[in-house]
Design a binder for this molecule. Structure first.
Ligand code: SME
Length: 157
């Protein structure tokens, strides 16, 4: 398998539509979870250039930092804390246009301005989350929610 990623210009939809088949090709046939999560965050970071893209995995009663790309980040987040812990507790995607207006937001990087968090759900149980941060306000919308949920749905836990 060639590991080259083709980066395209275009609308957000066009970028996701070009990226998703490449992510499928990267992870198909590979059963190792960390390897697949690592390639997904790399592909997203390469295509979109966001500040931070990464997974946190549920371990006991906390989210623990998993594969990511971007600045160093906090390693453990309690259930219900911050955007990530709230997405876990609610088992739903959260879009935060301005992190300063989200009560309890955890500022891993002072550069982060907006954020989207997608829960990873298997048989009704959240086993992790995908967190994406931007240094610009209001960077995420329903299009990101739709495609990022599609991408996280590709991961076999
Ligand atoms: N901002 C997140 C914490 C994780 S970092 O952004 C990587 C939150 O409030 O849960």
């Amino acid at each position: 398998m060639a590991e080259d990623l083709t980066i395209i210009q275009g609308s957000k939809e066009e970028q996701y539509q070009a990226l998703i088949p490449q992510i499928k090709a990267l992870i198909e046939g590979e059963t190792d979870l960390v390897a697949n999560l690592a390639n997904i965050v790399s592909a997203l970071k390469e295509q979109f250039g966001w500040l931070w893209v990464g997974f946190y995995l549920v371990k006991g009663d906390q989210l623990v930092l998993g594969p990511f790309q971007g600045p160093v980040a906090c390693t453990r987040i309690n259930k219900g804390r911050g955007v990530c812990g709230s997405s876990w507790a609610k088992a739903e995607t959260l879009i935060v246009p301005d992190v300063e207006k989200f009560p309890g937001h955890i500022a891993c990087s002072s550069l982060s301005r907006s954020e989207i968090v997608i829960p990873l759900i298997n048989n009704g149980t959240v086993w992790g989350i995908l967190d994406v941060d931007s240094e610009h306000l209001d960077q995420f919308n329903e299009t990101d929610k739709q495609y990022l949920e599609q991408i996280t749905g590709l991961v076999i836990f």
